[in-house]
Design a protein around this ligand. Structure first.
Ligand code: NAP
Length: 278
């Protein structure tokens, strides 16, 4: 039987640490969140970010812009926020409507306020081992491991997925922690065989029940980043939990594993941006 890594409890622990830290300050860190359009999932994410700020004592401003907002209007708002003294972090909720070039919008955010760590300068800093901010979801995975007493150093770490927001930065953080890292993707040959090498397996694919028991080494740590819907519309991860759990030593559930950590790491980055602005 695997130990369940409780992301909700670990996330609550970190949020209470942030709350305590902020009580001692005379000024509050500030986060601006911009959402364009009416995507229902994005609206829920933005609401959760606002609530997380309220819970911890971070000042927040939410900008809800209509679908027809132009790129120019959006970048003008970001430019204003770049200059705002009470705003230390700026986040543009993705995806953006199709007529807006998300990449160039993100490049408009001041790297000092880019708390998602998506600006090329911040990506480069992560790559060279001198991060200003840690990428939220992969950093959440590292916290889950650390707070569960799992060391990465010297371990075979296999990551399935190479996206810019999860797989690639996850590889950089595990490498920085002295793991031996393999990154798999849709063109990987013998995926199950590669995954069976893993002491720590991180799945970020986006397909329900993708990771099955035959892909797991006995006693492996299994981290499930996936957020999918099963055949009944229920939230689930990439890992076939029922068959994998008995073989793993530790496993994250979905919901309640990596998910709660992402916003918490965003809060940490906002506090870091505030500290760095002094
Ligand atoms: P993505 O951009 O779609 O990337 C998926 C990756 O999976 C790609 O690199 C793709 O390979 C790889 N892949 C697809 N099919 C594969 C196969 N058959 N074998 C091996 N690799 C395969 O997705 P993402 O943005 O990284 O997100 C991944 C999942 O994590 C999604 O479910 C997403 O909702 C979830 N997520 C959760 C959080 C959270 O807070 N918990 C945050 C972000 C994302 P190619 O590159 O070759 O196409």
């Amino acid at each position: 039987m695997a130990k369940i890594i409780d992301g909700k409890a670990i996330s609550a622990e970190i949020r209470s640490e942030i709350k305590e830290q902020l009580k001692k300050l005379d000024k509050k860190p500030g986060l601006a969140v911009i959402i364009v359009g009416n995507d229902p999932a994005s609206k829920v994410y933005v609401r959760n970010k606002r609530l997380a700020c309220e819970e911890t004592g971070i000042y927040s401003e939410i900008y809800e812009l209509p679908e027809e907002t132009t790129q120019k209007e959006l970048t003008e708002l970001i430019t204003v926020l770049n200059g705002c003294e009470n705003i230390h972090g700026i986040l543009v909720q993705l995806p953006l409507p199709k007529h807006i070039d998300a990449e160039s919008v993100i490049m408009t955010i001041s790297p000092n306020k880019d708390v998602d760590a998506f600006h090329h300068e911040n990506v480069g800093r992560i790559m060279t081992g001198a991060p200003r901010f840690l990428p939220c979801t992969p950093a959440g995975v590292m916290e889950l491991l650390a707070r569960s007493g799992i060391t990465v150093e010297g371990k075979e770490c296999v990551i399935i997925g190479r996206s810019n927001i999860v797989g690639k930065p996850q590889a950089m953080l595990m490498l920085a922690a002295n793991g031996t890292v393999t990154v798999c993707h849709s063109k990987t040959h013998n995926l199950a065989e590669v995954c069976r090498r893993a002491d720590i397996l991180v799945s970020a694919v986006g397909k329900a029940k993708f990771v099955t028991a035959d892909m797991i080494k006995e006693g492996a740590v299994v981290i499930d980043v996936g957020m999918n819907r099963d055949e009944n519309g229920k939230l689930c991860g990439d890992v076939d939990f029922k068959s994998v759990e008995p073989k793993a030593s530790y496993i994250t559930p979905v919901p309640g594993g990596v998910g709660p950590m992402t916003i918490t790491m965003l809060l940490k980055n906002t506090v870091a941006a505030f500290e760095q602005s002094k």
